[in-house]
Design a protein around this ligand. Structure first.
Ligand SMILES: Cc1cc2nc3c(=O)[nH]c(=O)nc-3n(C[C@H](O)[C@H](O)[C@H](O)COP(=O)(O)OP(=O)(O)OC[C@H]3O[C@@H](n4cnc5c(N)ncnc54)[C@H](O)[C@@H]3O)c2cc1C
Length: 383
């Protein structure tokens, strides 16, 4: 079962040095008070200033070609940088989606004009994207999207509603999956991806609050919104193939194991400082699980670096990883003996509260664990 193989990856010296530079940069940012660690910052830590400073280091668009403002350093170099950012709990949400998947979609399927229009701005940390896949009655069964595009002169008029759209209230563009032909025999035919530039007077963005009260995602309503032909991504009707390739990138990164890592660090600092006795077995179990997951996640990045599509292996790592993220919260909660408090000036109670309130989303976002297991089961059955 080749598709399940996760061969160990050892990082070359240039990436060990890159990691040291990223750590130094993050230590300076922290010492200057420009950033502070929080959990789940790849989702909720929106800070354009930080994104631009990161871009100035060459750490956004690392997998983009140089002609589009990228550094062409590849998937493993990007892995090292993103891993350090997540471990530090740095505010990376603004550029995260554009850097991880929208930029790659433009490279793979976009026109030259689209690449020039968006990729250099993404790599500068100036241009942010949202993902327009889910709809009120369409999440897991993505092929059933009901947002419709009707052909008009020079483009398409789109109508319908997207939901859970992370960052749509700040983003400069959204890649939306819409139905442009009536559903025929194949449910996957007749779907198209379009780039909707934001804000747009015919796009209504309604906030949905997280349990913490933060405005993170949205309901987005298209009111007969005009999308010119120049903003169709790829060929009309090829949306399904494109969106599944994008999902592979969405599911395969270290953010699926490290969303609550700053909580673990904070708990370890707390127990060390307070001389608090923790159950060494519980702690050892968390750290060893994380270590194994990290090797698996790195191996997925190694396969991306080789130009492979590790979708099945990534599904396994995301399932195991997101469960670990939640288990970590439960374990720290039981172990540390502090009250979770979002307003606390102390790190541990604050991070515990953030993690508890964000944790319901861990196993849902990017495809639920049940769906991921279905993908793995199908791959095994057909192998
Ligand atoms: C924090 C967060 C951020 C998000 N950001 C975005 C975003 O930016 N853009 C975007 O498009 N979407 C986003 N989503 C939406 C996310 O992708 C969906 O929530 C997810 O795909 C599940 O879809 P659903 O909510 O419609 O649940 P449903 O599909 O209705 O599923 C409900 C339950 O039924 C189970 N289920 C469904 N079908 C099957 C099946 N065939 N076999 C077994 N079990 C099944 C599911 O596992 C789940 O437990 C976000 C979600 C969260 C939580």
């Amino acid at each position: 079962m080749e598709f399940l193989t996760l061969s160990p990856v050892s990082l070359p010296q240039r990436l060990v040095e890159l990691r040291a530079r990223v750590r130094e940069f993050l230590a300076e940012e922290t010492a200057a008070g420009r950033i502070a660690p929080h959990c789940d910052q790849w989702l909720a830590g929106w800070d354009p200033g930080f994104s631009r400073r990161l871009a100035a280091q060459g750490w956004i668009g690392m997998a983009f070609p140089k002609e589009y403002g990228g550094s062409e350093e590849g998937a493993l170099a990007r892995y090292v940088v993103t891993e350090e950012l997540l471990a530090a709990g740095a505010p990376v949400a603004a550029h995260w989606i554009a850097d991880r998947q929208s930029g790659q979609a433009l490279i793979k399927f976009g026109t030259e004009e689209q690449r020039q229009a968006f990729l250099p701005a993404i790599a500068r940390g100036d241009c942010y994207f949202a993902i327009g896949m889910s709809e009120p009655d369409t999440g897991s069964d993505l092929a059933s999207v009901r947002c419709r595009g009707v052909r008009v002169e020079g483009g398409w008029r789109i109508s319908g509603t997207k939901i859970w759209t992370s960052g749509a209230h700040h983003a400069h563009a959204m890649i939306a999956l819409i139905r442009t032909e009536a559903q025929g025999e194949s449910r996957h035919a007749g779907l198209t991806q379009v780039i909707v530039e934001l804000p747009d007077p015919d796009v209504e963005v309604r906030p949905i609050k997280l349990l913490t009260g933060e405005h993170h995602f949205n309901e987005v309503v298209f009111h007969d919104t005009f999308v010119p032909d120049s903003r169709v991504l790829g060929e009309p009707g090829s949306g399904w193939k494109q969106v599944t390739s994008e999902l592979g990138l969405e599911r395969s990164g270290p953010e699926r194991i490290l969303s609550t890592f700053p909580l673990l660090v904070s708990a370890l600092e707390y127990v060390a400082g307070a001389g608090y006795r923790v159950d060494p077995v519980a702690l050892g179990e968390l750290v060893s699980r994380l270590w194994a997951l990290r090797q698996m996640s790195l191996a997925v990045a190694g396969r991306l670096e080789q130009g492979e599509d590790p979708a099945t292996a990534a599904s396994i790592v995301k399932d195991l990883g997101t469960r670990f993220e939640g288990d970590l919260v439960d374990a720290v909660r039981a172990m540390a003996g502090v009250e979770p408090d979002l307003e606390s000036a102390q790190k541990l109670p604050r991070m515990l509260a953030e993690s508890i309130l964000h944790s319901p989303g861990f196993t849902l976002r990017g495809g639920t664990n049940e769906i991921l297991r279905g993908i793995v089961a199908k791959a095994v059955r057909t192998s």
